[in-house]
Design a protein around this ligand. Sequence first.
Ligand SMILES: Nc1ncnc2c1ncn2[C@@H]1O[C@H](COP(=O)(O)OP(=O)(O)OP(=O)(O)O)[C@@H](O)[C@H]1O
Ligand SMILES: [Mg+2]
Length: 150
Amino acid sequence: MNYTYRTFKDEETKALARGLAATLRPGSVIALTGELGSGKTTFVQGFAQGLGVQSTVNSPTFVLIKRYPIPGKSSSFFFHLDCYRVRNPQAMVDIGALEIIHDPRAFVAIEWAEKIKAQLPSHTIWVQFYDEGEGRRTIEIAIPDPNDTN
Ligand SMILES: Nc1ncnc2c1ncn2[C@@H]1O[C@H](COP(=O)(O)OP(=O)(O)OP(=O)(O)O)[C@@H](O)[C@H]1O
Ligand SMILES: [Mg+2]
């Protein structure tokens, strides 16, 4: 199913992401695409809030992967990946991204995910951001049909 939203300030983008987080189970992978400054990290911050993550979430542009505990769920983690600086998908694989992406206990959000598209599972939820200026963003969320095996 594809859903299209329009937000007008960053707090609305966070609220949308909080709502999405509330519907998902561990093992979910969110792939975020869209130009620089279009709102991917802002969305991830709301997503983490929705999971109950307490720490401040900033983009892992240089470290590529950050892990956050989820209070009350000691076996589950939120992982934030950022492929902006990734030239070769193998770089992500080398630092353990595949194990994270396929961890059934993890919630995973990946910025610039198109760079590692071939590595992502078919149940990945794709979120595409369009910056329309003056705080306006169009956000398209594509949730794959669980019965669709590809
Ligand atoms: N409706 C909106 N939704 C999200 N962010 C918005 C919105 N309106 C304005 N902004 C601003 O746009 C910027 C979005 O930055 P953000 O870091 O989330 O983008 P990004 O897509 O992660 O960029 P990058 O590609 O550099 O990682 C923030 O400064 C935010 O406050
Ligand atoms: Mg970002």
